[in-house]
Design a binder for this molecule. Sequence first.
Ligand code: HEC
Ligand SMILES: [Cu+2]
Length: 456
Amino acid sequence: MQCSTLCILLTGSVLSLGVSYTLAADSQVIEETLVAPPLAPPPIHRDHPATVVIHLRTEEKEMPLADGVRYDFWTFNGTVPGPLMRVRQGDTVELHLSNDPHAHMSHNIDMHAVMGPGGGAAATVTPPGQESILRFKATKAGLYVYHCATAPVPMHIANGMYGMILVEPPEGLTKVDHEYYVMQGDFYTTGGDHEPGLQSFDMKKLMAEQPNYVLFNGREGALVGEGALHSKVGESIRLFVGNGGPNLVSSFHIIGQIFDDVNVEAGSLTNHEVQTTLIPPGGASMIKLSTWVPGTYLLVDHSITRAFMKGALGQLVVSGPLQPQLYQKMDQPASSAASSVAQQKDPMAVGRRVFTQICSACHQGNGMGLPGAFPPLAMSDYLNAAPKRAIGIVLHGLHGKITVNNTGYESQMPAFGGQLSDDEIAGVLTYVLNNFNNQGGKIEVDDVKRVRASGQ
Ligand code: HEC
Ligand SMILES: [Cu+2]
């Protein structure tokens, strides 16, 4: 095979430079078990270096990019991003890169954890049906991006060929309750935004650096509903967040959270109490946060058009008891003017306030929702078919597959029964029914009381 020659040449030249270690296998050889994102392999509890054998396979694969939109991805191991690899500083990594026999072209890998020409790119050029092997020493701890570096490089990256490798320091990372793996990437399709069907790669949009999708984990809604990240009140999370690019810098933020620790650019500098961290293409950030208050939190690129229009939106669902000492919605202060007391009684005014403060976050201010994530309340056949059913939805949330205006949604709406009074729920549903081209109608406070009492 072509690579075995290249690899021998490469190892040979390293040795002749007189580097003090050799790339012979360590006495312990470990086969790494890879898992699909957003999962991360478990922490390493070894106190000595080993040789870690990792198998990656490049695969060209049609998968959904958004609801109803398909795309010919190029992948490592069939996922975007490719799996997170996890080794210990000082380990020797033996990477086997094989290319699907049905592939149309060669692929290779540039690993930012490698100290060597091209990060291993030249040594791993792998034609369809072949395998290359690269051995390298994981000399420096950190979280590193890997990506295909076959020309045209931006195209291979834009098609999904990136992932990350975590090199743990010998003492390991601090213990947390959950670890998740998220990578942002920008995508360029020939069709218009959310145009359904199989879309192909658009070189013009790539050149203009104007993606029509900016996504976490390669698919609009990948981290929404069923795919959401989870935690409980009082737990801690570590996020391995990377950016494949190829073009856009990410302003990574979680709405309603402050990061405890951020390893800036995934290096050894730790910053604290961070709201938003910048992640360049080909870079990463290691983020630790504590989840104190229950609710659904949105992961976004705070270049916010990308989050709400181009797909860079995920969910972190924190479950557990309410924490009123930390977070509580207060009723209107008693001192407020009489007119506002009168307004409070007007169901439509109450409804408008609740809608703007709560529902619009997901269903959008115009009630149109977001494709792939949040169904429309505007002209919703689902809502108009059974308006009273919506009482239970607002009280208890909604989870599972539903169809709204011929589009399927399989996502999760949180419960608002603990947060909203019966007047507010009656008000907001009446407001929605009489706006956004819905059929009209009224939900009475007594209707809400009945549903709440029935527990359904
Ligand atoms: C955090 C996001 C979020 C918020 C906030 C939210 N919803 Fe939803 N809502 C959803 C999701 C997601 C679904 C679909 C759930 C599924 O797929 O099973 C949904 C479904 C619905 C539906 C049924 C489907 C339809 O389009 O008719 C209604 C009605 C609804 N929501 C009303 C509301 C109202 C009223 C509020 C404000 C009190 C609200 N929602 C707040 C996310 C949200
Ligand atoms: Cu490639």
